[in-house]
Structure formats: C-alpha cells, structure tokens
Design a protein around this ligand. Sequence first.
Ligand code: DGT
Ligand code: CA
Ligand code: CA
Length: 575
Amino acid sequence: MPVHNVEIADIFEEIADLLEIEGDNPFRIRAYRNAARTIRSLGRDVQALIEQGEDLTRLSGIGKDLAGQIQEVIDTGTTHTLRALKQEIPGGLADLLKIPGLGPKRVGIIYDELDIKSTDELYQAACKGRLRSLKGFGAKIEVKVRTAIEAHLQKKGRRIKLATAAEYAEPLIEYLAQTPGVLQAVVAGSYRRCKETVGDLDILVTAQEPGAVMDEFIGYDEVADVVSKGDTRSTVHLRSGLQVDLRVVAEDCHGAALYYFTGSRAHNIAVRRLAQKHGLKINEYGVFRKGKRIAGTTEESVFKAIGLRFIAPELRENRGEIEAARTDSLPTLVTLTDLKGDLHCHTKATDGRCDLQEMAQAAAAHGLSYLAITEHSKRLSVTHGLDQKRLLRQVDEIDRLNEKLTGIRVFKGIEVDILEDGGLDLPNEVLGRLDLVVGAVHSKFDLPRAKQTRRILKAMDHPHFTLLAHPSGRIIEAREAYEVDMAGVIRHARERGCYLELNAHPERLDLLDTYCQMAKDEGVLVAINSDAHSTLDFDNLRFGIGQARRGWLSKADVLNTRPLGQLRKLLKRTM
Ligand code: DGT
Ligand code: CA
Ligand code: CA
C-alpha cells in the first residue's frame, strides 16, 4: 500500500509532540520536527525516492536513524518509537498541544494537576474556570483555550494544502486513467484552480461505460469508506480522511462538465447569469439555445458559445476575469518554463542539506540559468545562521564556484533577519558586497499593525535591501499572517525600487494571490522563489507558479523571468 509523505511527517510530528510532553531532549525533539517539515514539503514521494534508490540522508534533516524510521513507516505503517511513546502517554495529550496557548509545559501541568487527558475534558474544565488558578495560567489563557476549542468544533472538515492534495491526486488519476474504457481522468474543483488549500478532490472521468469506472474507483486500495455510489457520481473517503468526488461523463460532455466542476461556484453563477442575458442556458451537459445544444465537448467551445475568451482555471474566482474575458483583456499568465532563475535558497552552511555545487547543478537541471544563495543570518541561531565572517567565506567560495561552473550563475545573497526596529542583522559593508539582500521577518510576529508596517518599510529604506521574503509571514493552516499594511508595503517597494517574493514553499505560498494582483497594479515585480533547502525542493516552484497565476501575474510581472543580463541590472538599487 502506498505511504504518503504527509503520513510519515504526521508520525514524526506526533513523536515530537509526545517527546515534548515528556520533557525529552530539545535537540531530539527538533530533529523530528525538522524531518517532518522536510518530508512534508518535498516535491516528490519519499516512497518513490526509495524505490529509485535515492539516499534519504541527502534530504535536509534526515540522518541514518530517521531514514531507518521512514523505511519502518513504509514497511509497517508506524514506528516502534511512536508505539513505545503511546504506551507511556495518554493519546489525547498530543491533541491538546494543537490548541493555541498550550505548549508542552502547560499540557504537562494540566495532566499532572487536573488529570485532563482529552480536549473534551479540557473544555469542561475551561468552562468551569478550573484552569485559571493553575501555575503559569490565568483568566486570559483560559478564555483563549475555550474559544479555540469552540472554533475547532465549529470547523466543518479540514482543508489540506495543495501540495499534499497533489500527493493523493496524482497516483489516483494515474490509476483511474489506466482503467479500461477510460478516455481521460482529470482533477477539477479548487485543485485545478490551484487554490492553496482544497476541501476535497473533484475528479472528472470521461468514459463510455460509467459502471466499470465506479467499481474500479471504490476498489482503489486507499479508499477507507464509500459515502455514496451511483451510476455517474460517487463519493469516498481515503484513509487520510480526504474526500474524493468522482463524476463520470460521456465524451461529448467533457468540456461542459470540466468547466462546471472546476468552479468556482461564484464564477459559475456569474457566467450563468451572463449566458442567460444572451438567451443561453449553461449546465454540466453543455450550452443550450432554445433547447438545442450548441457547445460542450471542449471547454473552449463553452467559452466561445457565450462570447468569452478562454479563462485559465486559476482565474475563475469572479474577481473581474469574466469582464476581462469579454473585453479581451485577460493577462497571459506566467508559466513554469518562463522562470529563468531562483533567488532564494539555502545550503549545508545553514539549515540546508546540500552543498553549493549540488544546489547550483540541481537548479541548472531544472532549466534555470541563475540561482541566488541566501542563507539565514546569525540572529536565526536555530538554523546556524551566518555571521559576517562565515558569510564572507561563502562569498569567496561562490566566486570560485562561478569560475568553474558553466550554464548557471550563482549569485551571492543572504536572507537577512529584519530586526524589530527595522534594522538588518548584518552590517552595511558586508551587505554591500552581495548581489542581493533578501530581507525576512522571523520574529516578533505579534507587533501592532502600525509598528510592523514601519519595521518593514524601514528595512526597505536600507540601501542594499533587494527583496522582501514571504511578505505576510503566514504558514498555511498553522500560523496567521502578521498584521501589516500590505498596500503600504507594496507602494514603498515601488518607491524604493525593491521587490516582493512569492515564496513557493508549499506551506507558505506567500505573497497571497490578491496581493500579487496589487503588486502587479502598482508595477512592483514579484520573484517566485523555491526557498529550497535541498536539491529536490526546486520541484516546488510549480506551486509558486500556480499561486502567481491566481494572482493574475504575467511573465513580465515576475522578476526572475528576466534573463541573466537584465536581472543583474534590476538587482542594482538606484533609489
Ligand atoms: P473546495 O472543495 O472547498 O476546496 O472548493 P471547490 O471549489 O472544489 O468546491 P466543491 O468541491 O464544493 O465543488 C466543485 C465545483 O463544482 C465548484 O467549484 C463549482 C461546482 N459546483 C458545485 N456545486 C455547485 C452549485 O451548487 N452551483 C454551481 N454553479 N456550481 C457548483
Ligand atoms: Ca473540491
Ligand atoms: Ca466536491
């Protein structure tokens, strides 16, 4: 049975949680968390890598022991470490860690003092006011815990990250496509629109015989339960809990059905209204005039019939795309092959896993002609961030490497911490020797909006500042964006001649789509960067491209679509 990266990452995360409650060695805990993060964000299936004979210890944060545990998960579905921990610690305690305001220390106290072992028990205790008197707690935390649990209870179903959904969708599509009689299998819905998270997978199959496809579908070995099974539509849950909706249509309805099930709902409704104005009816079977079908075999035919240019799926959110399609003013969206380079990555020198040359060659193998090395700066000590001396040593190393390499140019950069007062974590003289300076907020996420905004604007005023990394600071489904006036940040970037990053890491996808649009309107270029920590991470660029397309960006709006010579000029600050 296939084991997915998320499943392995979840196991490591759970081990780390349990170790933390036990008060285990912080380094050991961090090792599990780092490994989980690496695996979660890999562009490829770990299991497939093993089958191809790849050495897992080449991945960021994976040593011999963890590689062995990964193999164990693939072979047995779990690890002995996790089993042992679960015997020691009540299972519900790990869930408590997910509640905002509760770290392992507080969870330990709750368990020791009140014998609370589950979210339910915790909720009851919070409602009765029993938490506030515990050591290290207080009324404020008690309210926070209560409202967090309430919010969690209200949340219907979990959304999953696009990259995680891809891990499930790709093998399933391959499986369905191989079923006899199937002409085509595609994922529609929010997945096709490249939304950063998806609620479920909507799969559309074109086939002559729906019945046979449905039997194959529910027989897929990852299906845990069948919610409904009909002739043309069925719904199942996979083992992970992910819901999959399948529709089977005849070949001549493929376009209309694909269009309908790609959505978004808001887009569909607006288009249907427009069609009605022209005396047309549009549904999942086709476009009709006075009961006569005039289109529906392809999506293109549907658009044509209602007088619209083809709208890329990523734009179908009813945010102006229909009017643009009507007036032929849609942007030509950026594609993966437009990218000429990558301006943000890490090596072994800090928290990356591969050396300079390996990263450069991997970038070249991905068709890139330049790569900026941008290690963390010293303040981010957990990553072994560079101080002045180590950075200058790396600068020399890159100079030597560039003399040797052909086909790829390595730029000297840094991902420098933006300090609380807007200063940068390394002195001017050093930053001035680099090709680019990527500034990033890694601390004090909770500053008030005005202060956070001032901090970032001030960092941009710095003469060597080039690019603002992951501008909102959010981690999808895990950490909210910090409060900041993004419109102000974008305007300031234009005034100062700096750029914004769209970080393609699957957990970030930051710049957000609506801000991409804002940057484009203001004429501020966006750099789509992998933030690679290993040679495999360049695969993540495709998710950055998806997000950029949702943000209406064209090739011209993206900094690193520029060829080397032009890019070099753009990296020079003139303001
Ligand atoms: P999700 O799953 O929450 O990430 O979002 P979607 O957009 O994939 O939504 P989903 O799975 O409920 O439905 C897939 C598509 O099917 C949706 O984007 C548009 C279409 N659709 C579903 N229900 C309706 C409906 O009641 N009216 C219209 N016009 N379209 C619908
Ligand atoms: Ca969906
Ligand atoms: Ca659905």
